[in-house]
Design a protein around this ligand. Structure first.
Ligand code: ADP
Ligand code: MG
Length: 657
């Protein structure tokens, strides 16, 4: 039996470091948390080579007194708690007193600090846990910590580090989370001296969300809030249309700390049940505030998991709050809520034509107002009007998506159900207007005919007659079956969508470069050396397609923007498929043909796949869009998109004639 020995302090520190410091992003998290605990109002984070080479966090917080410098980097030394009882009232982010010691153990760490009541500051330099120097120095009030050579003495850990891009990704996610939890603090993040995040102090959470993830997302968010005794829950959840393929955009903050909690995540998913298709995840920014006594934060070294005193009650609070919000908002704020006299029974009798007409009138008025607003201040030229109408059509289509939740939640005929129906009318009308060449060159004409369409309650789908919406059936998750005046129509969903996308792309490319969607956080995409070279050689052509890129070191490029039309594809997928088409099409005789072949392959990539189950709303939207596209009978590859069996043909098959 081996003899039991006490471990040397440096080994203890290394073990502790192993728990807390997993990668450069962990260092950033601990240092920024210290800055926040120090009351900083501005925190600047600078990293080089994904933080592996260099990390600096500078703050304007309360600073550390010269005589405390050595203690600050010693293990289990903290100014934040004094005794065990304090553990249950933690109001700061840190309290374990090990972060600085752990970081210093596995790196070269330099800390410079000055308190407001001291004329000069001090600097301490630690290498692998050994204090090499400690001396007064001149510096501004606040603290600057610089970490170099991370994991220089723990080669195993160093080996586990991923590419610069991946590590930078973790770092910017870390900073983003802290910046959301502390939106009043001014944050910056730079990588290799290039700005990555610039977040001036925000007045509220929503403003910070917009700064990080874009105004579009922020605009789509639904505010939620509730109180249960001393527990306050507030924040924002996204409209189901803004769902994501993973849970990365789900944030939960507890008393200024980003946490993960399975139980609450489950409540969130439960609230969205039936509103999202399988495999999609909601977007949510939720803030919980409660007295520190109600939660134990000392269960996880990095404090990402906590234990609640009454997690069952929190579960109900979250689920209840979201459900209430979803039901009352009908998941759409775009249509005005019915006025009191229209509310009540009248909304429940959809067959009363007088009421329906009145409601339509109301929607027409609303639509006019909406359009007017969109055109306000503009001299409504033909193209501006066209654009406003088309944006508006898009928005209306979007909100027509909201029909689904309303239909599901209503046991009887919910007001939402009827509104949704009208929205559909409106959307189809607008789409038709738009496809009619947006030829209505003046505003009055546009709104007038829009109004008429809505009043007529036109249901133009594939020229399927004007009385009732078409019956559509999706079979084998691949074909859509519907009827037209001519007969039975079988549609290949992928081929049709591909055709639509191709036509849309081609049409907009005729008017110049594609409309782009700017990425607030440029996305690094790792490419093969061949792809990278190809990308940089063809920067201008890519820009024409709406893809603006920039070299980012090695074979990585940064994508700054991409075509708005294809925003549901990831920047990486998009860039790679364009490059593949580019490589393949390089032998094309001229630029136009090359571009065309790229559009073909993009459309194919971005289109709904065969085998994808479509929600009724998606089917409807697809059919509506197909009306706008001229040559929708054939996909861009020349395969047919739909087959029509005329009634005569059917009659003949069944020997009726
Ligand atoms: P903890 O945060 O758990 O107390 P740390 O090892 O992270 O432990 O920090 C040790 C101590 O150093 C803190 O308690 C605090 O007093 C001081 N300190 C660290 N960073 C800063 C900073 N940026 N500003 C002011 N004081 C700091
Ligand atoms: Mg700390």
């Amino acid at each position: 039996m081996a003899k039991i020995r006490r471990l040397p302090q440096s080994v203890i520190n290394k073990i502790a470091a192993g728990e807390v410091i997993e990668r450069p992003a962990s260092v950033v998290k601990e240092l920024v948390e210290n800055s926040l605990d120090a009351g900083a109002t501005r925190i600047d984070v600078a990293v080089a080579k994904g933080g592996i080479e260099f990390i600096r966090v500078a703050d304007n917080g309360c600073g550390i007194a010269f005589e405390d410098l050595e203690l600050a980097v010693a293990s289990h030394a903290t100014s934040k708690i004094g005794d065990a009882e304090d553990l249950f009232h933690v109001r700061t982010l840190g309290f374990r007193g090990e972060a600085l010691a752990s970081i210093a153990e596995v790196s070269h760490l330099r800390l410079r600090s000055r308190t407001p009541d001291s004329d000069s500051g001090g600097e301490i330099y630690v290498e692998g846990g050994l204090v090499r120097s400690l001396a007064p120095c001149g510096c501004p009030v606040g603290t600057v910590v610089e970490v170099r050579q991370l994991f220089f003495n723990t080669p195993v850990r160093r080996k586990f580090l991923r590419s610069t891009t991946t590590e930078l990704g973790h770092i910017s996610e870390t900073v983003a989370k802290l910046a959301l939890a502390h939106f009043r603090v001014h944050f910056t993040l730079t990588h290799n001296d290039r700005p990555v995040l610039q977040l001036p102090a925000a007045a509220g959470l929503l403003e910070r969300i917009a700064a990080l993830y874009g105004q579009d997302l922020a605009d789509s968010l639904i505010p939620v809030s509730s109180e249960d005794g001393p527990v306050r829950l507030y924040g924002y959840v996204a409209h189901p249309a803004f769902s994501r393929p993973n849970a990365k955009m789900q944030f939960l903050f507890l008393n200024g700390r980003a946490i993960r909690d399975r139980n609450l995540q489950h409540a969130l998913n439960e609230a969205y049940r039936g509103l999202l298709t399988v495999g999609r995840q909601p977007v949510a920014f939720l803030v919980l505030e409660m007295p520190p006594e109600m939660v134990d934060v000392n269960v996880h070294p990095t404090k990402q998991e906590v234990r609640f005193l009454d997690s069952g009650r929190l579960y109900s609070q979250l689920l209840g709050t979201l459900r209430r919000e979803f039901l009352s908002s009908d998941l759409s704020t775009r249509i005005p809520a019915p006025t009191p006299e229209q509310d009540g029974d009248s909304w429940r009798s959809p067959h009363d034509p007088e009421k329906v007409r009145a409601t339509r009138q109301q929607i027409v008025e609303w639509a006019k107002g909406e359009l007017q607003q969109r055109l306000a201040g503009n001299l409504a030229t033909g193209s501006e009007t066209a654009k406003a109408v088309s944006d508006f059509a898009h928005a209306s289509l979007y909100s027509s998506e909201t029909a689904r939740p309303a239909l599901r939640s209503g046991e009887t005929i919910a007001p939402g159900e009827q509104r949704a129906e009208h929205k559909r009318d409106l959307a189809t009308a607008v789409v038709e207007l738009r496809s009619a060449g947006s030829g209505a060159s003046d505003f009055g004409q546009t709104t007038e005919s829009l109004g008429r369409k809505v009043e007529q309650g036109a249901h133009p789908e594939l020229g399927l007659g004007s009385e009732a919406p078409a019956k559509v059936l999706q079979i084998h998750n691949r074909y859509l079956i519907t009827e037209s005046d001519e007969g039975l129509v079988v549609i290949d969903q992928h081929a049709l969508h591909e055709r639509i996308l191709y036509e849309q792309l081609r049409q907009s490319l005729q008017d110049g470069p594609l409309t782009t969607q700017q990425l607030l956080i440029p996305e690094p995409v790792d490419l093969s050396p061949v792809e990278a070279a190809l990308a940089l050689e063809n920067k201008e052509l890519l820009a024409e397609l709406g893809l603006s890129i920039e070299p980012f070191g090695g074979t990585t490029v940064l994508v700054h923007s991409y075509p708005a039309m294809l925003r549901h594809m990831s920047a990486g997928d998009l860039l790679r498929s364009v490059l593949a088409a580019l490589a393949e099409g390089r032998s094309q005789p001229d630029r136009a043909t090359l571009l065309d072949s790229i559009l073909h392959s993009l459309a194919c990539k971005a289109a709904i796949k065969a085998g994808e189950r479509l929600a009724p709303e998606q089917v409807r939207a697809l059919l509506e869009q197909s009306r706008q596209v001229l040559h929708s009978h054939h996909c861009p590859h020349g395969r047919p998109t739909m087959l029509v069996f005329s009634r005569e043909e059917l009659d003949r098959y069944f020997r009726r004639t």
